[in-house]
Design a binder for this molecule. Structure first.
Ligand SMILES: C[S@@+](CC[C@H](N)C(=O)[O-])C[C@H]1O[C@@H](n2cnc3c(N)ncnc32)[C@H](O)[C@@H]1O
Length: 297
């Protein structure tokens, strides 16, 4: 019942962009007055989210609310007036399951977390924005990686590092030239040199980061100037392990949340978003929020 009342102001197309930025500001303003869920949720169907979440189990990768109206995804991050300070608070990054992530990811999962059309859409997107295969000197980091990275078939670079939680999964990932097992929620410091990567990818996993600003600052540090970060996500997650601000909001908010990480971490160009969903309404949606490290950072 509470979830149906989550919209802030008018959600019509023309007002939606303003409302999105206002939502973040309003959330900040209203923090002490009411629950978080009262002030986020533009463009999402919270009723469907509620119904799905009710059926969640610890290990299932479940679907949350999808964008059903509002601005196009590419418009969401345009002309945002970010509040002066990061508008989220500690409890926004809490999870239903606060046991160590090492326990949750102890057993390998040789599964895919989005459907085949969504994977194909991401792979196609990568093939458009990645440097050609075997370009000398190119290094890529796939953060929150597993046994698959969804890179174009046969894609190779001198250095492709996977960082994730499960060694057996990472060992089996054919695109990786090396891997690191690290819990970013325990230690957000990335074990890599400054200015060493051309690209950082992160697929359907940004929602598990409880210290996202620390991680995004680290991403900026290890990227080469002009290096590209591609954060992609759908509307599915391990609900118990995703941060509270993610599970209580919809797709449009997720774009805004990830955009805010780039903005407040600093050192990145203004983030941009693109909807690469292959068959809207008929397969998993797929969104990308991306940014480049400033050449001066
Ligand atoms: C839903 S899976 C996605 C895996 C892969 N990116 C894909 O597209 O199939 C979530 C991934 O996030 C990683 N992950 C979750 N929590 C993490 C943490 N605290 N630190 C580092 N990686 C984490 C896990 O290792 C897991 O591979």
């Amino acid at each position: 019942m509470m979830k149906t009342a989550n919209f802030v102001g008018c959600v019509c197309y023309t007002c939606a962009i303003t409302n999105l930025s206002r939502a973040v500001i309003k959330k900040w303003d209203l923090r002490v007055k009411g629950p978080r869920r009262m002030v986020l949720g533009i463009g999402a169907s919270f009723l469907s989210q509620f119904m799905t979440v009710s059926a969640a189990t610890t290990n299932s990768f479940i679907a949350l609310a999808s964008i059903t109206s509002g601005p196009s995804v590419s418009e969401i991050l345009q002309n945002v007036q970010w509040p002066e300070q990061f508008p989220f608070m500690e409890d926004d990054f809490q999870r239903f399951d606060e046991t160590p992530d090492s326990l949750f990811y102890e057993a390998p999962r040789f599964v895919t977390h989005i459907d085949d059309p969504a994977i194909a859409a991401l792979t196609k997107y990568y093939s458009k924005v990645f440097p050609p295969s075997n370009t000398p000197g190119v290094s890529i980091l796939d953060m929150c990686s597993s046994w698959v990275s969804h890179f174009p078939s046969g894609y190779k670079q001198e250095r492709v590092v996977g960082l994730g939680m499960n060694e057996e999964e990472l060992k089996r990932n054919p695109v990786l030239t090396e891997y690191a097992v690290q819990d970013l929620n325990v230690n957000p410091k990335l074990p890599f040199d400054d200015n060493s990567f051309d690209i950082i990818t992160n697929v359907v996993s940004v929602d598990y980061l409880t210290k996202p600003l620390d991680v995004f600052k680290e991403m900026c540090r290890i990227l080469k100037p002009g290096g590209l970060t591609i954060m992609s996500f759908s509307n599915r997650c391990f609900w118990t392990k995703a941060i509270s601000i993610w599970t209580s909001t919809g797709d449009a908010d997720h774009v805004m949340i990830v955009g805010s990480y780039f903005h407040y971490a600093g050192g990145f160009e203004p983030p941009q978003a693109v909807d690469i969903s292959p068959n809207p309404g008929r397969s998993d949606p797929m969104y990308v929020v991306y940014s480049r490290k400033l050449s001066t950072a």
